[in-house]
Ligand binder design. Structure first.
Ligand code: ASP
Length: 596
C-alpha cells in the first residue's frame, strides 16, 4: 500500500474517497467488534474505525496494535456520526472506515508518553529525543523554526543579500568565549578552532565586494555552564557595505516585524525605542532591561551627598552611589524582606536597607539615622505611598547596578509583574572598551572590530599616548562604540556594530587591548592584511535565533526550539557525546591524553 494522504490533512474533499494513510498509533481502544484507532503523522491525527463485521482481517490486525506501532491503513473517508465529532482535532468531523490495515513496525513500551501531560526529566527526554519530538508541542516548535528559516530567507532575498557559508574549520574569532579546538591530522601539533561567529569572514566578504551577506550560521563557544546556554547555537548573521547604523537597524526591524507578522500574526510597531547604555544602567541596572514592568532604579546620590548615615556616606565618598527601588506592587512582610536580603547577599551585596511606608508612619531599620529632609526627599523621589516598600542599595556603582537590577527581576518574577506581550528595544551608545580588573587591561564590550564614533577617535589616540593609567581609563571610558544591541523582554537577542575598516585604527584598538604586535600578527594578520586592499565601510548584526524563537513561543528554554540540544552539562544523552575515542584515533591526530 502506498500512502496517498497525510493523516492530519484528511479533509471534506476526501469524503467518500479511498485514502491510504501511514503513521503511528496514537491511541487504540477496542469496543468489542469495533476498534477505534487514532493514527498520527507529522500533520496531525485522524480517527480510523475498524469494524469486525465489515473487514474481519483488518480487525484482527487492529486488535493487536499497540501505542506507537507504525501502521498503514486503507479505507474510505466518511463523516462521523452526529454527536461523536471531536472539535479538538482538525479532522474531528471525519473518520476513516478501514478496509485494510498493515502493521509495519512495532514499538516497545515507551519510556514516557507522547501525550502532553507526562512530566519527564530533561536527561530522559533528550536520550529519547525521537519520542520527545513526536509530542505535539515539540513538533510545533520544530515546524515553527522551519517556517522561520523561510521568512528569514525571504526578507534577505528581498533586500539583495547573498547567502554564503563560512567555514567551520578555521582560526579563532574572538567573541569573548573559549574556542572549541579540532586537532589536525595532516599538520601534527596544529589545531583548527571552530567559529565563535562568522565575524571575520563576513567582514572579509565585504572587502571581497559581496556588498550584502547573510547566513543562518552555527556558532560554537566553549563557555562555562550557565542556565540555558548551548555550546552550539544558531545566529541570523548579516553584514552590509557602505552603510551606517540606521541601515543595519532598519533591516533588523524589518526582519523582526516580518517574522512576528508571518509566524504569529502580530503587528510589531517600528521603529523600536532606543535607550543609551548609560540610561539603561541607571534606570534598570542592566544593559538588557525588561521594561514590561516598572520598579525602576531611583538615583539618590544628591539626596544623600551630605548624609550622616555611615553606609550611604561611605558609598558616595568613595565614588559609588546610592539608589533605591520602590516596590509598589503589594505589601512586603518582614519575612519577605529577609528573603530579599538573602538574595541581595548572594549577589555580593552587604545587606538590604529598607523603609516601609504605612498609613501615617514609616517602619525601617535606617530611618533613625536619616535627616528629616533626606527621608522627605526619598519619599518624593520614589513616589512612595502607603503600602510601598523602598529598597536601597549603596556601594560601588557596578555592585549597585547588579544588586538592584537583579532584585528588580527577582521581584517581578516572584510577584508576576511582567505584562504579557513583547517589548522591543535598541540599546545604543555603548562604551567601546571597559577596564577589566581581573585581567588588568581593557576589554571590548562587543568585539575588537567595532568602530568607535568618529568624534571620539582623538580621545583614543590621547589614551594611547598617556602613561597615567587613571587618565587612560577616563579617556577610554568616554569613547563610544558604533554598536547597538536588540533587547526583547529582557533578553539580549541581537547585537552588532559598524566595523573598523581602516587598518591604522584597528591596530590602535589592538594596542589598547594590550595585544602585542606578535600576537596581533598571529591571530589577526590576515584581517589586517585584507584591510590594506580597499576595505569598504561596513557593518552588521547577528541575532540569536534560538532565543528569538523561544521568546516568540513564550518558552523558558532554548532547548525546546533546538532539535538536538545539549543538556545543561553540555552533553548529548542521545548519542553519548562527548565521548572517549580510540587510542588509534588519538594517535592519528598526534594527541596523548594525560592519565585522568
Ligand atoms: N559577531 C557578533 C556576535 O556574534 C555579531 C556582530 O557583531 O555582527 O555577537
Amino acid at each position: 500500500m502506498k500512502r496517498t494522504k497525510y493523516c492530519g490533512l484528511v479533509s471534506e474533499e476526501d469524503l467518500e474517497k479511498e485514502v491510504v494513510l501511514c503513521g503511528w498509533v496514537h491511541r487504540v481502544r477496542n469496543h468489542g467488534g469495533v476498534v477505534f484507532l487514532d493514527l498520527r503523522d507529522r500533520e496531525g491525527i485522524v480517527q480510523v474505525v475498524v469494524e469486525e463485521l465489515i473487514s474481519p482481517e483488518a480487525y484482527e490486525v487492529a486488535d493487536k496494535l499497540g501505542v506507537e506501532d507504525v501502521a498503514c491503513v486503507k479505507g474510505k473517508v466518511r463523516r462521523r456520526p452526529p454527536g461523536t465529532e471531536n472539535p479538538r482535532l482538525k479532522t474531528g468531523q471525519l473518520e476513516v472506515l478501514a478496509e485494510r490495515i498493515e502493521l509495519i513496525n512495532t514499538s516497545e513500551m515507551l519510556p514516557f508518553s507522547v501525550e502532553e501531560e507526562t512530566p519527564v526529566s530533561e536527561e530522559i527526554k533528550l536520550r529519547y529525543r525521537y519520542i520527545d519530538l513526536r509530542r505535539e508541542t515539540m513538533k510545533r516548535n520544530i515546524l515553527f523554526r522551519h517556517r522561520a528559516y523561510q521568512v528569514i530567507r525571504s526578507v534577505f532575498l528581498k533586500n539583495g543579500f547573498v547567502e554564503v557559508e563560512t567555514p567551520f574549520l578555521t582560526k579563532s574569532t574572538p567573541e569573548g568565549a573559549r574556542d572549541f579546538l579540532v586537532p589536525s591530522r595532516l599538520h601534527p601539533g596544529k589545531f583548527y578552532a571552530l567559529p565563535q561567529s562568522p565575524q571575520l569572514f563576513k567582514q572579509i566578504l565585504m572587502i571581497a565586494g559581496l556588498d550584502r551577506y547573510f547566513q543562518i550560521a552555527k556558532c560554537l563557544r566553549d563557555e562555562d555552564l550557565r542556565a540555558d546556554r548551548q555550546p552550539e547555537f544558531t545566529q541570523i548573521d548579516f553584514e552590509m557595505s557602505f552603510v551606517d547604523e540606521e541601515d543595519v537597524i532598519g533591516i533588523t526591524e524589518e526582519l523582526i516585524k516580518t517574522l512576528f507578522k508571518e509566524l504569529l500574526g502580530i503587528d510589531v510597531k517600528t521603529p523600536f525605542d532606543r535607550v543609551s547604555y548609560f540610561e539603561c544602567m541607571e534606570r534598570y541596572g542592566t544593559d538588557k532591561p525588561d521594561r514590561r514592568f516598572g520598579l525602576e532604579l531611583v538615583n539618590l546620590e544628591d539626596v544623600f551627598k551630605n548624609t550622616d548615615f555611615k553606609v550611604f556616606k561611605e558609598a558616595i565618598e568613595s565614588g559609588g552611589t546610592v539608589k533605591a527601588i520602590n516596590f509598589n506592587a503589594g505589601e512586603l512582610s518582614r519575612s519577605q524582606i529577609e528573603e530579599l536580603t538573602g538574595f541581595v547577599q548572594s549577589l555580593g551585596g552587604k545587606g538590604l536597607a529598607w523603609i516601609r511606608v504605612e498609613d501615617g508612619k514609616l517602619t525601617s531599620p535606617i530611618v533613625k539615622f536619616l535627616k528629616e529632609e533626606e527621608v522627605k526627599a526619598v519619599l518624593e523621589r520614589t513616589k512612595a505611598k502607603a503600602g510601598d516598600t523602598i529598597l536601597f542599595s549603596a556601594g560601588k556603582r557596578e555592585l549597585v547596578y547588579k544588586v538592584l537590577g537583579n532584585l528588580r527581576l527577582h521581584l517581578a518574577k516572584s510577584f508576576n509583574l511582567a505584562k504579557d506581550g513583547f517589548d522591543f528595544l535598541w540599546v545604543v551608545d555603548f562604551p567601546l572598551l571597559e577596564w577589566d580588573d581581573e585581567e588588568g587591561r581593557f576589554v571590548s564590550l562587543h568585539h575588537p572590530f567595532t568602530s568607535p564614533r568618529e568624534e571620539d577617535i582623538p580621545k583614543l589616540i590621547q589614551a594611547l599616548q598617556t602613561q597615567d593609567i587613571e587618565e587612560k581609563k577616563r579617556l577610554v571610558h568616554s569613547v563610544r562604540a558604533r554598536a547597538y544591541d536588540l533587547v526583547i523582554n529582557g533578553y539580549e537577542v541581537g547585537g552588532g556594530s559598524i566595523r573598523i575598516h581602516r587598518r591604522d585604527l584597528q591596530e590602535k584598538i589592538f594596542k589598547l587591548l594590550d595585544l602585542s604586535e606578535v600576537e596581533v600578527e598571529e591571530k589577526f594578520g590576515f584581517l589586517l592584511k585584507a584591510l590594506n586592499y580597499g576595505a569598504p565601510p561596513h557593518g552588521g548584526l547577528a541575532i540569536g535565533l534560538d532565543r528569538l524563537l523561544a521568546i516568540m513561543l513564550s518558552l523558558d528554554s532554548i532547548r525546546d526550539v533546538i532539535a538536538f540540544p545539549k543538556t545543561q552539562k553540555g552533553t548529548c544523552p542521545l548519542t553519548g557525546a562527548p565521548d572517549y575515542v580510540s587510542p588509534k584515533q588519538l594517535k592519528d591526530v598526534h594527541i596523548k591524553t594525560l592519565e585522568l
